[in-house]
Design a protein around this ligand. Structure first.
Ligand code: ATP
Ligand code: ZN
Ligand code: MG
Length: 386
């Protein structure tokens, strides 16, 4: 079927995949195809629908869908379990908030290119609340660079597990003839080389590098706000999904009991904050977006062992949902390769609480609008801008 110049391709999955498998397949296809402008599951018949920019890569799309579908059939995809829930349909939910005005291109440009005025204040307010909570938990403050050595990411297993998300940094060699060539031809691309750095996809990896090789006698909590970068499919970018975003992380390192109980403190505390801010949604078990089918067991393990919880917000009356925070207990996974140990030389446990600040700002603007004077006074007061 043709719609303008865009072509729509449909692939039946209901005879081959469960609904969860089909959802998982869609999230992998998102990172598997170029030259498309949409990829989603048709809710009625579980078809995978792909909008292609033209007909030139039809067979490549088809081959990829069929190949990944065969792989997906062999994977048992586990359903998320909801552990906290306040739904948009609850009695006390009122949406849109009376008086809410929202003009996406005014303070929160939907393409992520600029934040203005009130939206900038909201970034500071949200981060202020989170960083004060971290201070209450005796966290130590940190600030890390945007670039991270590839060696560090490699040690975290990131390069081979999530290559689809990495932004690498290239550089021009300090070599006179190459610099001259660029000056003369303007051709940068064929004179580049890969640097030793990537743009950091998360904040916590820096903490492990900082503490590498140390023996810790007491638990450590570090917190930092950072800019994170992820290569997302171009057609999915906008509003809450950006390729550059602000993340505050609280990183926990200590005994297994310490990490788990501290993570649970954060789950309870942030759930209360979420409710006090009048937001609706749920906390549920989750797994990282593993791309390769041979990492499927890791995803199952994360789900079954409650290693990752996500706080999922509902906006626009529940028609849009996305995670605004994750609460991760990764056990020995990173303390081991970074040799962060207890006094008996055993790897410690660790975890992190990660907040996507842009998504908190976006959710609040969506819910209450852009005029701070119209916000409910108690919420304005919580945000400290009243
Ligand atoms: P998602 O499920 O939305 O793809 P994720 O599971 O990859 O995100 P984490 O690795 O847990 O996310 O990152 C922590 C937090 O960072 C997320 O809960 C979210 O708030 C934020 N985040 C992640 N990716 C993006 C993005 N592309 N744009 C804006 N915020 C993001
Ligand atoms: Zn983290
Ligand atoms: Mg996720």
């Amino acid at each position: 079927m043709k719609g303008g110049r865009t072509l729509t391709f449909r692939y039946h999955t209901s005879d081959k995949l469960t609904n969860l498998q089909a959802q998982s397949l869609v999230s992998k296809l998102t990172y598997s195809l170029e030259g498309i402008s949409a990829c989603y599951l048709d809710g009625e018949n579980q078809d995978i629908v792909i909008h292609a920019n033209d007909d030139s890569n039809r067979s490549q799309i088809e081959d990829t869908v069929l190949l990944l579908m065969e792989q997906e059939r062999t994977i048992r995809t586990l359903k998320s379990r909801v552990i906290r829930n306040v739904s948009t349909n609850d009695d006390n939910y009122k949406s849109p908030f009376p008086g809410a005005s929202y003009h996406p291109d005014w303070s929160f440009a939907s393409d992520g290119s600029v934040r203005r005025d009130f939206a900038v204040m909201l970034y500071q307010s949200i981060d202020g609340i989170l960083s004060n909570l971290a201070m209450e938990r005796h966290a130590k403050y940190r600030k890390y660079p945007s670039m991270i050595p590839l060696k560090t990411l490699d040690k975290c297993g990131y390069v081979t597990t999530f290559p689809q998300n990495i932004y690498l940094v290239s550089e021009i060699p300090h070599q006179s003839d190459i610099l001259q060539k660029i000056k003369k031809t303007g051709d940068v691309e064929s004179n580049l080389r890969q640097s030793q750095y990537a743009l950091s996809p998360a904040v916590c990896f820096h903490c492990y590098e900082e503490l590498a090789g140390q023996t810790l006698e007491h638990p450590v909590i570090l917190t930092a706000l950072g800019t994170c970068y992820r290569h997302e499919a171009t057609w999915r970018l906008g509003n809450q999904r950006l390729n550059e975003f602000s993340m505050r992380e609280v990183v926990l390192i200590g005994t297994p009991d310490f990490v788990e109980s501290e993570r649970n403190w954060w789950v309870d505390c942030i759930w209360k904050l979420f409710g006090d801010l009048g937001l609706t949604g749920r906390i549920e078990t989750a797994n990282d977006p593993f791309y390769f089918s041979d990492d499927a067991a890791k995803a199952q393990h994360q789900q079954m062992a409650n290693m990752k919880y996500e706080l999922v917000v509902e906006v626009d009356g529940g028609t849009q949902t996305f995670s605004i925070a994750s609460f991760n207990n990764i056990r020995e996974a990173l303390c081991k390769p970074f040799r962060i140990t207890d006094a008996a030389d055993k790897p410690l446990h660790s975890g992190c609480i990660a907040f996507g600040i842009d998504r908190w700002v976006f959710s609040l603007l969506k819910k209450y609008g852009e005029d701070p004077g119209k916000w409910q006074p108690h919420i304005a007061e919580m945000m400290r801008f009243s």
